[in-house]
Design a protein around this ligand. Sequence first.
Ligand code: HEM
Length: 138
Amino acid sequence: MLWLKAFHIFFVVSWFAGLFYLPRIFVNLAMVPAENTAERDRLLLMARKLYKFVTPIEGLAIITGLWLWFGYGFSGGWLHLKTALVVGLVVYHHYCGRVLKRFLAGENARTHVWFRFFNEVPVFFLLAVCILVVVKPF
Ligand code: HEM
């Protein structure tokens, strides 16, 4: 079980690297002047590669979590709330995919200020999930 948990934490950390960095690229993309196509294309390439890389890792973080849950008999309200928060993270992740599509189509209407707030959302999810899984308050 400890090997599985080690891989679970590894995939979770890698997933969060993407959840923290991708919206940061959106902040920069929203600030690029329209005429600076070279900078825009460079940022779009980074965002596309990062999204493509981190999406399977999202799956592995969830699969190893569910394996821990159902394979080793974990239970408790903490796990249900944790899973609900993870569903929120999955929605956030795939919303980033939609935002990326809009940037690729040149149709983004959000400001860099909006993306700066958007970028902070995963921080609160991470804090809540870590408290739930380590402290198991209920
Ligand atoms: C559906 C998705 C997930 C499920 C079902 C799940 C389930 C679990 C279970 C059963 C454990 C073992 C708990 C223990 O050993 O006490 C665990 C460990 C852990 N999970 Fe998840 N997890 C999921 C996703 C995540 C995500 C997204 C994060 C991070 C935000 C996360 C962070 C952790 C951490 C840090 C541990 C190690 C806790 C410890 O060793 O005390 N998990 N997870």
